[in-house]
Design a protein around this ligand. Sequence first.
Ligand code: HEM
Length: 492
Amino acid sequence: MMPADAKATPPPVHIAGRDRFQAAAPRVADLPGPRPWPVVGNTLQLRRGAAHATMETWARRYGPLFRLRFGPYRAVGVAEPGIIDQLLRHRPVEVSRSPRIAKVINETGFAGVFTAEGEAWRRQRRLVMRALTPEIIRTFFPVIGTVTERLQARWRAQTGRGERPDVLRDLKCYSIDVTTWLTMGLDIDTLRQETSSLQADVETWFQTVGRRLPQIVPYWHVLRLPADRRSDAAIARLHATVDELIAGARREMAQQPQLRQSPRNILQALVAARDEPGSEFTDQDVHGNVGVMLFAGEDTTANTMAWLLYHLAGEAAARVTARAQVDAVLGGHLPADLSQLEGLDYIEAAAIESMRLKPIAPVQGMRANVDLDLAGLLVPRDHLLFLLPRVCATQESRFPEAERFLPQRWLRDDDGTETNDRRSMFPFGGGQRYCPGRYLAMVEIKMVTAMVLAGFDLRVNERAEPRVDPVSENFGFTMAPGALPLHFSLRS
Ligand code: HEM
């Protein structure tokens, strides 16, 4: 008969690498890794705003699985694509997001699908998925067209007056306007306001989360620094805005009860789900997920668009090819429908290539919920796992001339085959929690890029077209470009 304690310990869940990859050691303690300092471990070795770069350097130095410690927490850095892929797929049961992310975000009062786990996550995810399908995006295409026209008009007016657009700020307003209109039915038009409190508050929210995530001790529980007081004020305004949005939806649904059966957007769908008899949705679920929609669609898409414009500005050959396609497909107009956008396969390839080099999520924090066997390495439950997808996506063996921006890698050959290693990239995550907004994001990215190439001459400020990358990467919760040296002028 089996001893009782043997029955109680299930075998570790096996996770294989690619190409017969084997871990360098059987136990985490035996892995190579940066030397931890007493008490704090490796925490203070991460540069502020550049934690991703330090971790990526460690992955290159110590190998695809390396040991880390943050205060009392043991962790493994992971830069092997097969293992990253499998870890993402083993969610939500054997692996989950790092609970620290959930704690920091939920403390701001915006608990939603991004931080939920288990059955609560499944329920919320179903609703969010229903609201972001390609069919919905097709129906709302005119909305995206209108916001793109506003951005075009703003940049035309500014460049016409010899002014330099604040590209990143405007792209953030653009994304927030599109997402809010599409997911909540509201045209908030932050783009045409000279200063938008909503956009600035969302920005502060991101900064707050990015600043608090790496702290070992949650000092803000006992001490409010000036930055925390600014955060409190911004977050209070965000809650008031979300409350207003929900109250507006409730008024509309009271006047048009049929919206309960056929909600027109995710806000109405959330309210309807909340009000169903015996519903498991709470008012907090509705509130939190409205916030998630505001945040998830903003920084991610805006930063991705900014990086793409930066790459196109710096690479003349890619820019010329992209513009030739825009001219051929659109003939000087903005895309009129989704089928026209589908013709812009070079722009799509450029977006994927840009995300390969500048993913907005270069580090993804996870936790092992059970013992895991990572290609021969035993990772005990409760260990943290830091996935570093860009290390895989910039390996010369997987992507020749890996440091160069070469959109053509993502175009299909004449016989329809792809010559790239798509499985080594995770710009939108993976498994059941992959980004539900990726289709919307690609539509926004293609619209804005087509608009810029059709109407503006774009270059990096300097005369030269640098291959080297002088723009800093600011990593908080997402990875944003630092000061963007972009120059726009009306197309000559
Ligand atoms: C280029 C733009 C975008 C990028 C690169 C991006 C990237 C990501 C990534 C890496 C994740 C984590 C996925 C995972 O854990 O496997 C994620 C999750 C998520 N994204 Fe996006 N995203 C973008 C745009 C959007 C948009 C426009 C929306 C919605 C309006 C959105 C909504 C979400 C939500 C709700 C989640 C959480 C999903 C879950 O936990 O089940 N994202 N995104």
